[in-house]
Write a protein that binds this ligand. Sequence first.
Ligand SMILES: [Zn+2]
Length: 336
Amino acid sequence: MPVIHPNLPLIDLHRHLDGSVRLETILDVGLQYNLPLPAKDLEGLRPFVQVTTPVPGILEFFTKFEWMVGILVNYDICRRIAYENVQDAQREGIDYIELRFSPAFMAQPHGLDPAGIVEAVVDGVAAGQRDFGVRANLIGIISRTFGVAAGWRELDALLSQRDHLVALDLAGDEVNYPGELFVEHFKRGREAGWAITVHAGEAGGSTAVWQALRELGATRIGHAVRAVDDPALMAYLAENRIGVEMNLTSNVQTSTVPDYARHPLKTMLEHNILATINTDDPGISAIDLPFEYRVAATEAGLSQTQVTQAQQNALDLAFLSPEEKAALAAQKRQSI
Ligand SMILES: [Zn+2]
């Protein structure tokens, strides 16, 4: 039996489009706009952009993003990387993808207007859907690392395209900028009709996951690796059908877990938690979704049944209506 079940949609629920910029695009734009690249060819550039061996912590991993957002010199380039993200999803055999992005983070290197970035990303993803036939939705991120006031400005930029986003997320430095600072932002996001997913329990502990669930209104959690330290939380996640967006290679590379074998994905599934397999920042990690499915089986110890369960979980947890999920599943069955 193949690792990816052919009759189920292949879905990525956790991918940062600003962490999924092609090496070729960085080189192309860098040369065209005469940007200060560390190398003038793909192989020279690769070690600066991609992580090939684990780094000591998540903040060091974040420095790799600089080469990705560093090429965002105008809105056309923002639109291009959004469009290419959808094409890359198609090349990976993905049927449905939720792409997330932080407009403030993308705006910073060249002083762009975050609202203009949101508009360009919405436009690029819409064009990608039309051209490549991959269903895609967008999740807006508040970058916690910029602080509370900047969080409001970023939220306003996201709200300018409210109907084109499905959810709100919180990402960045979890330890120094805890979720408690952003309770009011997320209240406003929920009032706008968005679903909530929050990065928690990656660099922070299980209390950060509790906080995201109780105070931010999250129905899905990004990473949640540290939840395994807390039996009450594990039971809560299972009972309340909270989605867990796991990212194997990313967690190994940031030293969130020591290796694939000790990643809690398998344990989560054994506890009937709706855990899923995702890519996080494939442009930095130099992976794709089929690779993550393979290592789930070969390195993280999942049985074929558990891999298939994770694939099914992604459909159940997608920020889509029941009708859209049914259509996605039916389309997959018919294509065989
Ligand atoms: Zn993430």
